[in-house]
Design a protein around this ligand. Structure first.
Ligand SMILES: [Zn+2]
Ligand SMILES: [Zn+2]
Length: 336
């Protein structure tokens, strides 16, 4: 079968690879759509991870089911998460493999869905395999993973209805965070980002004020817009030194900063700025798939306008270039 394989720094090639073998606990999915993720780009930009087949944001049809798998049948339209515990660490030895400290992830250590077929190990209905309701398209299905991260991160902040929230960084996680915040009815949402298409999308998602951080001082404008009080919660989706500093500057006393964006470089920071305002820094790594599916089903979240490019699998190299640098790109997907 065809698969997009990372062959070196920024070098994605479509190659012929053996079709995946279905383990007794696994399933095989024929991939319909697969998104390129910001986390993929972190690996793509470095000369590490040769041989990686990316792809963890996907939808497709189940074509094979392992003998030990229950409640899952071929023909189901699904999205899924794939991981394989190491079997050796402390947690695995305790029988708590879900806490494994050396988990292999589909799309990184395990071959991902930028291929015609993908194998999902330890397939369990409702735990890591999620049927798509009729209302959801394959585009929606491949968007469940990023939306689930936004839902998880915003929900962790537990914003109240009378609060002001700032979303820093308008990649797809930031944009879905705005949709989640809107659905929760928070009083005011402020957002800052850089690419023009994403600033426009933020407006569509329902922000009260959007700031072009490439041209304006986002922190200054947010402070002015809040009467110099700052915001109750910051959803930090950009993962840069500058956006971290901004987040600390715009959080009001007792406020929260949700760290969602993945930092490529270590931070330099002055803890005084955090402790003097009694800020809470919260690390966010997780997703809530059922909640994301429900949001799409009810129309509270929409993928329209978020997916800007769909390339064929043969055009995988082009797709990665677009996700990395095309000013119009929000979410780029591959269609095997
Ligand atoms: Zn992702
Ligand atoms: Zn383990």
């Amino acid at each position: 079968m065809k698969a997009a394989v990372l062959c070196g720094e920024k070098d994605i090639r479509v190659k012929n690879v053996p079709e995946p073998f279905c383990e007794s606990h696994g399933i095989i999915i024929k991939v319909k759509l697969c998104g390129v993720c910001g986390s993929d780009l972190h690996v793509y930009k470095k000369d590490e991870g040769k041989g990686t087949i990316f792809g963890h944001e996907f939808s497709g049809d189940i074509v094979e089911v392992g003998s030990a798998v229950q409640g899952i049948t071929t023909g189901m339209r699904v999205t899924a998460v794939g991981f394989s515990p190491c079997g050796k660490c402390y947690w695995c030895q305790q029988g708590k493999s879900h806490r494994c400290s050396d988990m292999a992830l589909l799309g990184y250590q395990l071959p991902g869905a930028m291929a015609e077929y993908v194998h999902v190990p330890f397939a369990t209905l409702g735990r890591n395999v999620f049927p798509l309701p009729e209302e959801l398209s394959y585009e929606d299905g491949a968007s469940v993973e990023p939306l689930s991260i936004s839902y998880f991160s915003v929900n962790r902040a537990q914003p109240k209805e009378n609060e002001i929230v700032a979303v820093v960084g308008l990649g797809v996680i930031g944009l879905y965070s705005i949709q989640v915040l809107r659905s929760m009815g928070v009083a005011k949402i402020l957002a800052s980002g850089r690419r023009p298409s994403r600033l426009a999308a933020a407006k569509t998602c329902g922000v009260d004020l959007v700031i072009d951080a490439a041209k304006e001082d986002a922190a200054k404008i947010i402070m002015e817009a809040t009467g110099n009080l700052g915001v109750n919660t910051v959803i930090e989706c950009a993962g840069k030194q500058k956006t971290f500093d901004q987040s600390v500057a715009i959080a009001r006393g007792g406020g929260k900063i949700m760290l969602v964006g993945v930092y490529e470089e270590p931070l330099t920071w002055d803890p005084i700025s955090v402790l003097s305002k009694n800020l809470t820094l919260v690390g966010c790594l997780g997703g809530n798939f059922p909640a994301a599916i429900e949001m799409l089903k009810s129309g509270k979240a929409k993928t329209k306008g978020m997916i800007t490019h769909i390339f064929s699998l043969d055009e995988a190299a082009e797709a990665f270039r677009a996700q990395l640098q095309d000013p119009q790109a929000i979410k780029v997907m591959l269609k095997p």
